[in-house]
Write a protein that binds this ligand. Structure first.
Ligand SMILES: [Fe+2]
Ligand SMILES: [Fe+2]
Length: 265
């Protein structure tokens, strides 16, 4: 018998802040899961340079070791942040999946559709104004940016037309206690695998743009358009991290667990 999905979370995932049980297992917990359970952990992980987004599968102890950090100190900081922060404004482990999808569409897909053409325009104008002196660097930036932009447009389309509608149907079927209708792509894990691969590609493009621009360092002769371009690219990076985090660490595991619960029942 299928159960209602309202409080559905993947096995081993607790839906709220750090409990004693979570604290005990924090050291070996994947960093993406820590970020998903405890939003207050996110600024700490970011400040330490720990990738909770596309590198979210890595356990905390290994992520710390890779960066030369003492895991006990990091755990203490995460616990302090979890206990001092108010409860999460929205518990995406408990919210219906349809609501999480709506949030991703409204907050992140709409943002990209508005911001990507604006950034492209700023990049073109910066290249026109500064191409003579800074052409090599700006053309390389343009090439990486356009690749990212094209892949993102196709990616949003696939999520909106294929994956998200299928997840909504699965959730509706589970709520009504009936099996989900068969999807043309088979298991939901198939499109999820593709989406994760594309998220990794986006993360590589963001890292490459940081390299090319020396962490978005402006030259002394940068005009206002160039300044707005770098500010916008920084914002794009921050927004994409949050977007990918919600999908990789919450939506996809919950959708896969929901499908598995239907198969097993
Ligand atoms: Fe998305
Ligand atoms: Fe995505």
């Amino acid at each position: 018998m299928l159960k209602s999905t309202e409080a559905y979370a993947p096995p081993g995932v607790l839906p709220s802040g750090l409990s004693t049980e979570v604290t005990m297992s924090l050291i070996t917990k994947p960093v993406g899961q820590i970020a998903a359970e405890t939003p207050a952990a996110i600024p700490i992980l970011e400040g330490l340079g720990i990738d909770y987004c596309c590198g979210g599968d890595q356990p905390l102890d290994r992520a710390c070791a890779a960066r030369g950090l003492a895991v006990e100190e990091v755990v203490a900081r995460l616990e302090a942040a979890a206990s001092s922060s108010p409860s999460s404004p929205k518990d995406w482990f408990r919210a219906p999946l349809g609501e999480l999808i709506d949030h991703i569409l409204e907050q992140h897909h709409e943002y990209l559709r508005a911001e990507l053409p604006a950034l492209e325009n700023r990049l073109t104008r910066t290249l026109e104004a500064h191409g003579e002196k800074h052409g090599e660097m700006l053309r390389e930036l343009e090439q990486v940016y356009r690749g990212l932009q094209d892949e993102l447009y196709a990616h949003l389309h696939k999520e909106e037309m294929i994956l998200f509608p299928a997840v909504r149907l699965m959730e509706q079927a589970a709520a009504q206690g009936r099996p989900a209708p068969p999807a043309p792509f088979g298991s939901v894990n198939n499109p999820i695998r593709v989406m994760r691969f594309e998220h990794d590609n986006a993360a590589h493009a963001l890292a490459r743009m940081r390299e090319i621009t020396n962490n978005y360092t402006l030259p002394p002769d940068a005009c206002a358009t160039w300044q707005a371009l770098y500010a916008g690219l920084r914002q794009l990076e921050a927004d994409l991290k949050q977007h990918i985090h919600l999908e990789n660490n919450i939506l996809f595991p919950r959708a896969a667990a929901l499908e598995a619960s239907g198969i097993e029942s």
